[in-house]
Design a protein around this ligand. Sequence first.
Ligand code: DGJ
Length: 672
Amino acid sequence: MIRKIDDYYVLETKQTTYCLKRLKSGHLQHLYYGKRLEIHSLQDCQQQFTQTYRTTGNTVAYSPQMEASLEDIPLEFSSYGKGDINEPLVQITYPDGSFTNDFLYENATISNQKEPLNSLPASHHADQQLVICLKEKNHPVYLYLYYSIFEDCDVIARSSKIVNQTHQSVYLERLMSSSIDFTQSFNVISFHGGWGNEMNKRVNKITSGKLVLSSFTGTSSSRCNPFFMLSDDDTDENQGNCYGFNLIYSGNHYSSIETTITNRTRVVNGISPICFGFEIQASGCFEAAEEIISFSSQGMNQLSDQFHRFVNQHIINPIYKDRIRPVLINSWEACYFSINEEKLIRLAQRAAEVGIELLVVDDGWFGKRNNDHCSLGDWDVNLEKLPNGLKGLCDQVNQLGLQFGLWIEPEMISVDSKLYRQHPDWVMEIPGREHSEGRNQRILDLINPEVQNYIIEKMSAVFRSCNLAYVKWDMNRIFSDIYSPTLKKQQKMTNHLYVVSLYKIVKELVQRFPHILFEGCSAGGNRFDLGMLCYFPQIWASDNTDAYCRSRIQENYSYGYPLSCFTNHVSAEINHQTGRYSSLQKRFQTAFMGNLGYELDLDALKPAELAIIKEQIQLYKKYRQQLLAGRFDRFSQNEEYRWQITTPEYIFRFTSSKTEDASSLQIEEKII
Ligand code: DGJ
């Protein structure tokens, strides 16, 4: 529930309270975020929050009437120029060149309806929303702060918007989703990595100075996932205070955690302000991404559970809610680019025999795609490899009792492609300069409406060309030589508008093809974030399918993301990424904890191995719906991963050695 009590705003979820106050000056003071407090009256507010602040030493006094400096008051949002000297939420330069911003309270509304974002995806079905409107003291420029509460999940979503009501353009240099000033220091737990090595957990204790968690790849990135946590020293999986933060955004993000010598920690989170700049024209506006925050006083397992329920209920498109995620076989590690109809049908036959439900034809089915040097953009089937076309192949696969799925990479273009020869102006590259390549490919200028239209229509034609049940949407390079021919001199808008355009395209395709199950991918987990999850309910977690590495990767995703979001594949016994052996048992049991798939040449397996796989798939199918909805807890120790999923009827216990080829899966039926 959200309540206004005099000048206080009190936001309550089941187990948490968030509180802020409008000061006489018009600024907003952050008072509290943590374990639920009993606040019913003005007296309760006054008793709870008694701290006062005075201007001291060489700090700046905001005005003769205000006793405290903005440097010392814990604030709900911040901007440079009037005394506050820490990381700001908003930075605008005005036509006279000045960049001091002073936003003061105008009004606030509380409603049961959450305002939708126009340009970006957002959470859905909030219980209530508080919108606070502030006006810049010297310009008719408005800052809106949004707070949405999700009571059952103990989640608060924050975002912000700037509206320019002047008669001229103003220049926005940053608009973050939120800033919160805590009155303590923290351990920061964040997740870093790279290709095939996603989600390494790191803990940094910040006693003073600033830790910035950010990505600059053009995507949310495997280098630093946007999810992070703050905790007290004595917090562990099952006890203690911790906060979680995530962003509904798939591009460059930026989180600054800054602790002052007075033990105050400001957390500012949002779209990266680096190489960012937006001209907001008269009557124009700019929306920040939505940020998700949650608090637990019972350790990180509880915090994860809050995020898991929130993602399943308020992020994932409800059309996928109870849809069974099919067990699939993916052709990539079985065939790489050397696919052909005969091989694929053989794979589908073996797959049908063991109970697999869907065949995914990965890269290599279109143009002249025999390697990664060509053909991206030419989304016409290669009739040498698939002489009966996609429809001919799909019909045969369907006759074998399997659904049919396809890999695509629509944001990309190869220089060696018909599309590049026809439309060199559709590509993100700086005219007249040498381009630095990533996986031998370039990025289409998604900001160009013609390109958006091309992708939507071309993909729609592919999707309609056969009985397609599943699509894997890949994106295999990061950004370089950033330049959108569409934006000309406004290049600092490119990174963000690329993401906005991508959302526009995927939204349209998901709406047009609601029966297709979409899986996100970006060279594995290079775009594993809540933004993509608003459209695609599952994401390929990593190209690394080694069961040892994979346990670590899955465990660390589980801090912020539910098992229903990631897909895990059983691959060859000698792993293609690491060269390490692991038993079928260990590979299966690891992949069991999420959406199960296979990615190996089934035809090369012995009958005894296929028989085991058949049994394993039967086991998975029996429990998968419950598994994906159950409560997930980590009890891992130095030597071993230990996970538990609890559902109303069963307890699943998984253990896997970190160093040896050993694992176990116990399923206990609860006595009800
Ligand atoms: C990267 C993906 O992560 C792989 O699974 C595979 O689809 C390749 N791309 C295909 O090029």
